[in-house]
Design a protein around this ligand. Structure first.
Ligand code: SF4
Ligand code: SF4
Ligand code: SF4
Length: 196
């Protein structure tokens, strides 16, 4: 009888230990998921804050240091393509809605605070790609809409029906973006080379 009682008590202790361990594991799992979720959220916010800058800058910090006190915002007024927009924080960003960048240097020449300088010329900080599911050509409907505006000849049509963007040739000018009838072209903003 006594032995049975001892056995029962031991069994109960093991059960409590197991359930505590399970609770501990569940807590751990929750902590892990919530830390993953918050790091994901931070990443999303990082991306949301990123913008495309005119292609003549060295450091993102220079915009925040100097553009605020720049009254004329000449970079935006001289851009013949009208793709430079001044944001609420006083810094310029490129918006491809009206066209693309011709790399004409005018914004860099006009910037009196040297945030943009001709010698800092680099490709626009965005990587372009084609969504194969949306692209007409990839779905057996002949379309070359994106080919002509690409002055850098960065869009290759493999066997007439399979356009691909050559990342080594693409300058990120943005001219192909709004010409696509099915919005199959998109871009991802990258960090400036100097800041990576
Ligand atoms: S002109 Fe230069 S300093 Fe002024 S807003 Fe444009 S980039 Fe900034
Ligand atoms: S290089 Fe020319 S087209 Fe491109 S953003 Fe500057 S002013 Fe506009
Ligand atoms: S963004 Fe790239 S692929 Fe598109 S037109 Fe410009 S160079 Fe060509």
């Amino acid at each position: 009888m006594l032995i049975d009682q001892i056995k029962l008590q031991t069994y109960l202790k093991v059960l409590i230990l197991l359930s505590n361990n399970e609770r501990y594991q569940t807590m751990k799992r929750r902590e892990l998921f919530s830390s993953l979720a918050s790091s994901f959220k931070e990443k999303k916010e990082e991306v949301k804050e990123s913008v495309i800058r005119p292609p003549y800058y060295l450091n993102e910090a220079d915009f925040h240091k100097s553009c605020i006190d720049c009254d004329d915002k000449k970079c935006a007024t001289v851009c013949e393509e009208q793709i430079i927009i001044i944001q609420d924080d006083g810094t310029p960003k490129i918006d491809f809605a009206k066209g693309g960048c011709t790399y004409c240097d005018e914004c860099a020449i006009a910037c009196e605070k040297n945030v943009l300088k001709k010698e800092n010329l680099q490709n626009i900080n965005a990587t372009f790609s084609i969504d194969l599911l949306k692209c007409l050509s990839w779905n057996q409907t002949m379309c070359f809409s994106c080919k002509d505006p690409c002055l850098d000849d960065a869009i290759n049509f493999l066997g007439m029906f399979r356009p691909e963007i050559d990342k080594n040739k693409c300058t990120g000018c943005g001219f192909c973006l709004n010409i696509c009838p099915t919005d199959a072209i998109s871009f991802k903003i990258q960090k400036n080379k100097e800041e990576m």
